[in-house]
Write a protein that binds this ligand. Structure first.
Ligand SMILES: Cc1cc2nc3c(=O)[nH]c(=O)nc-3n(C[C@H](O)[C@H](O)[C@H](O)COP(=O)(O)OP(=O)(O)OC[C@H]3O[C@@H](n4cnc5c(N)ncnc54)[C@H](O)[C@@H]3O)c2cc1C
Length: 405
């Protein structure tokens, strides 16, 4: 394994860092205020489209989509994308500027991998151009959705259409006015084998019968991080051509979708943790209590050292998982993807927690990004699969590998 960056990646790292320094960090506070002002709720910050155009013109666009997708991909491997995603992750909203944000990235990957040419022309291409956004509808309030075989929303064939009925919640991005596409996972073949009962289907956002029940509130805040909502699907009718890959293939698609998405989240978590570490060092060096700098306190140095160690460990594991995805495919890399999804959010939450403590009262304010990093990583220990589910799957894989059962 050689994790030294190629010249091409070093150049891209420099370009993304320059972009962040010139155009993203300076507007970070303004965008944060915009997103947290109830009057603007779900509306994109007005300067976003210009920044996206600038990122695109500099070739910093869709970098997440691995080169196996040929003409759709800008040509990077997962390993090459990792340091770029980490830099983008340092600012919560930055990945969207580069058209590299969830849930669109996972949906684009589904359409690129499994979509028909017609589905790709209608939905993938506008997503790749950043003209529309999308949502992924899997989780349901009525069932433990970390077990995707529990999903109840029905997809029922009726002539040349499918009719969809059910209720979803925690649906990221659906309140964004640019969201035009929903990818829904539901049950189409209830009598089939457990893992062949589900399908994934395309629903245009404006289809009659799709309605928002409520917006999710989190941690006593009006905003959940991605504008998550509860959604009702009441006799939603779409043509049969909207089925992706065929009836009964939804579980397979969900597995294919979530692997890359999970590692992208981890790359961004590492960026958040790295930034929190840098901020905690600067704060500790700048602040004096009881006659000496905070940075001279042994406990503070320990916090810094532990944070550095944990970030380095997580970064190496992320690179190893990305490398395995490139070499052997997402399925073969499932153990390492699960491992990093368990490690990275917990690590980043712990580092952000130390950064909060070292900042004192400022740490829980919105004056630094460390409180947000703490929350985002708390969410991430649930989103895209709770820690325990990854542990159960990883444990099963390893027992099978080492005990052959
Ligand atoms: C910010 C955020 C954004 C999200 N965005 C989306 C989205 O866009 N689309 C979407 O479909 N969903 C989304 N989700 C939902 C998320 O994927 C689910 O919450 C998650 O998969 C868990 O499902 P559940 O909530 O039904 O929990 P449950 O399945 O009820 O699980 C509850 C708890 O049970 C425990 N548990 C479960 N299985 C095991 C096991 N095998 N061993 C031990 N303990 C276990 C775990 O502690 C788990 O947290 C989002 C969630 C959040 C918080």
């Amino acid at each position: 394994m050689d994790f030294a960056h190629s010249d091409k990646v070093r150049a891209l790292i420099a370009q993304v860092e320059t972009f962040m320094a010139e155009l993203v960090y300076p507007i970070e506070a303004e965008v944060h205020d915009w997103n947290n002002d109830d009057r603007n709720r779900w509306q994109p910050w007005p300067g976003l489209a210009d920044l996206q155009a600038e990122a695109r013109s500099r070739g910093l666009w869709n970098l997440f989509l691995p080169r196996e997708y040929g003409a759709f991909s800008p040509g990077l491997s997962n390993l090459e994308y990792a340091p770029l995603a980490e830099i983008m992750g340092r600012v919560h909203f930055a990945s969207e500027i580069f058209n590299c944000s969830a849930p669109d990235t996972g949906n684009m990957e589904v359409l690129a991998r499994y979509g028909t040419p017609e589905q790709q022309a209608a939905w993938l291409e506008p997503l790749l151009r950043g003209e529309i956004r999308s949502a992924y509808l899997m989780t349901e309030p009525a069932v433990a959705s970390s077990d995707a075989t529990n999903i109840q929303t029905s997809i029922h064939r009726d002539g040349d259409d499918y009719v969809i009925n059910g209720r979803k919640w925690w649906i990221s991005g659906i309140m964004d006015p640019r969201c035009k596409l929903l990818l829904l996972m539901g049950k189409s073949n209830p009598d089939a084998d457990r893992h062949l009962q589900q399908s994934t289907i395309i629903i245009p956002r404006d289809t009659p019968g799709v309605s928002i029940v409520r917006n999710m509130r989190t941690f006593n805040n009006w905003h959940s991080p991605g504008g998550e909502s509860e959604v009702l699907l009441d006799n939603v009718r779409v043509p049969v051509a909207n089925m992706i890959l065929g009836e009964g293939r939804g579980f397979e698609i969900a597995q294919g979708r979530l692997g890359p998405g999970r590692i992208h989240h981890c790359m961004r978590s590492i960026g958040q943790a790295q930034r929190a570490l840098e901020l905690m060092c600067r704060r500790a060096e700048a602040r004096v209590a009881f006659g000496k700098k905070l940075s001279a306190q042994g406990s503070v140095r320990q916090d810094v050292a532990n944070s550095f160690v944990e970030i380095e460990q997580a970064r190496l594991l992320t690179l190893k998982a990305a490398d395995a995805m490139d070499r052997y495919g997402n399925k073969q890399a499932a153990d390492l993807i699960a491992a990093i999804k368990i490690v990275a959010p917990r690590m980043a939450q712990a580092v952000a927690d130390r950064a909060i403590q070292i900042h004192g009262g400022m740490g829980v304010s919105d004056d630094t990004p460390v409180a947000e990093a703490f929350l985002l990583n708390r969410f991430l220990r649930l989103a895209d699969g709770p820690d325990e589910v990854h542990m159960a799957q990883l444990g099963r894989l390893k027992i099978r590998q080492y005990a052959g059962s």
